[in-house]
Design a protein around this ligand. Structure first.
Ligand SMILES: C[S@@+](CC[C@H](N)C(=O)[O-])C[C@H]1O[C@@H](n2cnc3c(N)ncnc32)[C@H](O)[C@@H]1O
Length: 201
């Protein structure tokens, strides 16, 4: 699928060189496999990124809305089968650092990045029948935007999958209100540690 303005690193194919997962040059830290060589991504173990990685099961198809420098994208990408990242990268000009980090961790074939706003990409993913096992929502924290993103994820995440909404906290009242409104009709939900609201899809 092509979406104008998006940049795809392409899917992993049979016969491709091995990635960092489980390779001899990798080390295990907190459950994540990281390359033993090469500069580390500063702050890679920031709390929300670690929490998101715990929710992304090995082999999962992951959707991330809001990626910035790629802390959470790298951690999830190291265990995921595929990760679709959506972020215009225009808040802090994070595109150069993000793409460098994806390359540094050998995730070019895992990550498909759309340098666009979520509302310009999600309808096309829904129309194309894309599905995900886990969605990490950490984009625009305004109430209407968060509600839109969560609503789209409810259509994109398979039954039994998970949606993690970051910044479910007093500081981000719009996120809290958006989560609560989207809860109507959902059988169960919980607040995970680190301000993460987890909604079963
Ligand atoms: C808190 S940062 C994401 C941090 C990242 N998830 C992590 O844990 O490393 C929020 C990001 O959301 C992005 N953003 C803002 N509005 C957006 C939108 N409408 N669609 C997608 N991303 C958006 C910003 O560009 C910013 O990079």
């Amino acid at each position: 699928m092509t979406i104008a303005g998006g940049q795809s690193f392409g899917p992993r194919r049979a016969g491709d060189p091995p990635d960092n997962l489980g390779s001899a040059g990798a080390r295990s830290s907190g459950g994540a496999m990281l390359p033993a060589a090469g500069p580390a991504l500063p702050g890679l173990f920031n709390a929300p990124a670690v929490a998101a990685r715990r929710l992304a099961a090995p082999g999962a198809r992951v959707l991330e809305i809001g990626t910035a420098w790629g802390f959470s994208a790298v951690l999830m990408g190291l265990v995921a089968r595929s990760l679709v990242s959506i972020d215009p990268h225009d808040v802090w000009d994070t595109w150069p650092a993000f793409t460098a980090n994806i390359k540094r961790y050998g995730l070019e074939r895992v990550v498909t990045a759309y340098r666009m706003r979520s509302e310009d990409v999600l309808p096309a993913l829904i129309a194309a029948g894309e599905t995900f096992d886990f969605a990490f929502v950490d984009g625009d924290h305004a109430e209407a935007s968060a509600e839109y993103d969560i609503g789209a994820c409810l259509q994109l995440v398979r039954a039994g999958g998970l949606i993690g909404v970051h910044d479910y906290s007093q500081r981000w009242g719009g996120v809290v209100a958006a989560v609560k409104r989207q809860l109507a009709g959902l059988p169960a939900w919980r607040i995970q540690d680190l301000y993460l609201a987890v909604l079963p899809a």
